[in-house]
Write a protein that binds this ligand. Structure first.
Ligand code: FAD
Length: 466
């Protein structure tokens, strides 16, 4: 039997796609920057089917590209243009296997949409706190494989911190059952950590045990006008001092970023008069509804009086809070509609946010006058999205051609400040060469040893990360 016949025997005729039109949505990335090719797209619906598909590929020496919701912003889920790889889509492997409210855990299959997981937790009276703008499309397997961050990391951690156990199909086709639901387990190397953030280069995650949390009873959301990123860092410290772990989100938005949302997203409305920068703040926790609003209102009155903020709006209903959040969550979509952009997803120590923006803005303005920088991000964990939008006067090709120089300027400053060139999106194809520039040879060598040990034939998502 040829490869396709073998896949059909495992997953059925309708779940092996080889027509150009059928495969197209799987072969282009969300930003439209990468266009790949594949032998076929295979859609297994169980761990056993994934394992059988991987065994066929391993025996034939064929490369495999796992794909979740295909919302990667660094080309991680798109195969190369050669057309020799098999794309394995996890979308049909999407059951909630079980919820254990007493243990505060949920066991889910990799293809489960993040939003479906959040809803299943809610139905059990619990919170699954991972939250990002792509949550209606991305899958928990993709979140695990990118160690996704999002807007509540400062309180609950990245996907890594939310994970207790994994089930993984190894490059050989063997199944590793590491679905433990334990908060303490010191029995040797913590192997699940290798697969989290590995971008499908070490194996295919088929299921996971994720942590759940008590559902917040009260919430307060405010949009603040501030003068500078430095003010956001000062405010973050004051908010943490006043509210501790109740402070669950602290998002920085530049007026340029807000302007894109107002221009491109229907229904978006400016919440306050113009200011160079804004901060979206959310408290959530126990207590009666309204108590957090009162507490935040008191804090904001003081901040206004001391001049730390120049204006503020406090959401009076969950609908108003949703609209404030949409202004933040829709920035990526609005920037995509605006046109091409060069994206940087960087992190620096929180104390260095002001210096990073000052230095990077000045260096870019000198080298590329006229580029518009769109800055937004998660102040609470030092992660900034620092993106340059293409000026109208420059052709697409010319803009893309200068990306390496722009990256070098931004990433050198990040590196000098002890930061990371990929805070939450991963490496994929986009930052593969950049990563080699900044990691020590010893660190890269250790990564290569891990890859060699788990995928000796180099068949798992080749060309990504390393
Ligand atoms: P895909 O894009 O399909 O794949 C991502 C990587 O994981 C690839 O390397 C793929 O091979 C691998 N992979 C997928 N599933 C598996 C599996 N089961 N086993 C092994 N490997 C697998 N990211 C953030 O961290 N924070 C944000 O706030 C954020 N906001 C975003 C907003 C928008 C509008 C968009 C479009 C993206 C955003 N992202 C964000 C990026 C993206 O959503 C995340 O990286 C997400 O975790 C990817 O999930 P996915 O299911 O789409 O994975």
């Amino acid at each position: 039997m040829d490869l396709i016949e073998q896949f059909v025997a495992i997953v059925g005729f309708h779940n092996v796609l080889s027509g150009e039109g059928d495969m197209a949505p799987h072969l282009a990335d969300w930003r439209g920057r990468y266009l790949g090719a594949a032998r076929c797209v295979v859609r297994p619906a169980s761990t056993e089917e994934v394992a059988a598909v991987v065994r066929v590929c391993a025996q034939a020496g064929v490369a495999m590209v796992p794909q979740g919701g295909n919302t990667s912003l660094c080309g991680a889920s798109i195969p190369d243009e050669g057309g020799a790889a098999v794309l394995i889509s996890l979308s049909r492997l999407n059951r909630i296997r079980g919820v254990d409210p007493a243990n505060n855990t949920i066991t889910v299959e990799a293809g489960c949409l993040l939003q479906s997981l959040q809803e299943a937790a809610l139905a059990a009276g619990r919170l699954f706190p991972l939250s990002l703008a792509a949550e209606g499309s991305c899958q928990i397997g993709g979140n695990l494989s990118t160690n996704a961050g999002g807007v509540q990391v400062m309180r609950y951690g990245n996907t890594r911190e939310l994970t207790l156990g994994l089930e993984v199909v190894l490059a050989s086709g063997e199944v590793w059952n590491g679905l433990r639901a334990l908060r303490k387990d010191n029995t040797g190397y913590d192997l699940k950590q290798l697969f989290i953030g590995a971008e499908g280069t070490l194996g295919i995650i088929t299921a996971a045990v994720m942590k759940l949390f008590p559902l917040p009873q009260a919430r307060a959301t405010a949009w603040l006008a501030i003068e500078s990123p430095l003010a956001s860092v000062q405010l973050l410290g004051e908010l943490q001092g006043a509210f501790g772990a109740t402070l669950t989100a602290c998002e920085l938005v530049s007026d340029v970023a807000l302007g894109l949302v107002l221009n491109h997203i229907p229904g978006a409305q400016r919440p306050l008069a113009n200011s160079p920068w804004y901060l979206l703040v959310e408290l959530s926790g126990s207590g009666e509804d309204g108590t957090l609003n009162t507490a935040l209102e008191g804090f904001l009155e003081q901040a206004l009086a001391s001049g730390t903020i120049s204006d503020a709006v406090l959401a009076q209903s969950s609908e108003q809070a949703r609209r404030l959040w949409a202004l933040r969550e829709d920035i990526s979509e609005a920037q995509k509609i605006e046109g091409l952009s060069i994206k940087h997803d960087v992190s620096v120590p929180i104390s260095a946010i002001g210096e990073f923006l000052e230095r990077a803005d000045a260096a870019l303005e000198k080298a590329f006058p006229g580029f518009r920088t769109v800055t937004f991000g998660h102040v609470g964990d030092g992660n900034l999205h620092y993106n340059q939008s293409k000026p109208e006067a420059i052709e697409n090709a010319a803009f893309i051609a200068v990306q390496p120089q722009v990256d070098l300027i931004v990433h050198d400053i990040v590196h000098q400040l002890g930061g990371s060139i990929s805070a939450e999106h991963g490496i994929g194809q986009l930052k593969r060469d950049e990563m080699l520039r900044y990691k020590s040879p010893l660190e890269v060598e250790m990564m290569r040893s891990v890859k060699q040990a788990l995928d000796p034939k180099g068949l798992m998502n080749p060309g990504k990360i390393l």
